[in-house]
Write a protein of this length. Structure first.
Length: 244
């Protein structure tokens, strides 16, 4: 059996809410009753946690994805590459004398799709962030050949970033199937006008606008994935499962 729904989540920059939206997608998938799994393709920025079995390195984004999914994956499949330094992937990898191999990430994905009904693959940084001297995240997305969901961080400059990212996605022969407006700057002037401008220029549907959510979810009285999912509608995505 292979996954009936898969997507690659990218963003207009780093720190614009890819993980928040990825966990919201996972939450919504779990609510439909399917087995949902998540892959954080490259995690840069890890910290040690002492366990009964010794010191284990964790990444907050990878942990959030694992918590939102209902398929428990081996660490080596859920996070093909995890690095200690919070830096660009190719820099963090060089610091640990590792070369990121896209074929390895593809192999991990191929194994995960046999274990789940739905798989969310989260990219790293923006769409064209370098992974090695010769490859970047756009190459990864192209080789995975998954439908793409773009997270637009609402802040000054997002129009240019979003339109350039959409063009880069199309240039790789990939299908942008939806985009999310995620509030990064709660004080952004004319945020609604920016969303309207993008809606008029992007061929993919707007899946929703997520306001700035508090860290503990108090604003919605629910964990962040559920709180974000409340503002989103994924039913138009190709292959999206119907609720049980």
């Amino acid at each position: 059996m292979t996954a009936s729904f898969s997507c690659f989540v990218t963003g207009t920059d780093t720190e614009i809410g890819k993980t928040l939206i990825s966990t919201a997608i996972l939450h919504a998938l779990v609510q439909t009753g399917v087995r949902a799994a998540a892959i954080k393709s490259v995690a840069a920025g890890a910290h040690p946690i002492q366990t009964a079995d010794g010191e284990v390195w964790h990444n907050d984004d990878a942990d959030a994805l694992a918590q939102a999914a209902n398929v428990v994956l081996p660490r080596n499949l859920a996070v093909p590459y995890m690095f200690k330094a919070a830096a660009a992937p190719h820099v963090a990898a060089k610091l640990e004398y590792v070369v990121i191999d896209i074929a390895h990430i593809r192999s991990c994905y191929a194994q995960v799709v046999e274990m789940a009904d739905a798989v969310v693959v989260e990219g790293v940084g923006g769409f064209c962030v370098p992974l090695t001297d010769d490859a970047n995240t756009a190459d990864l997305a192209q080789q995975l050949a998954l439908p793409v969901i773009m997270v637009v961080g609402l802040r000054l400059g997002c129009l240019n970033h979003a339109l350039l990212t959409a063009d880069a996605i199309a240039a790789r022969g990939l299908k942008l199937v939806g985009w999310v407006a995620n509030t990064v700057d709660a004080g952004m002037a004319y945020a609604g006008d920016n969303v309207e401008a993008l809606s008029a220029r992007l061929s993919a549907p707007l899946l929703g606008c997520v306001p700035r959510l508090s860290v503990d979810g108090d604003q919605q009285h629910a964990p962040l994935p559920a709180a974000a999912a409340a503002f989103l509608d994924f039913s138009c995505l190709p292959g999206w499962p119907k609720s049980a």
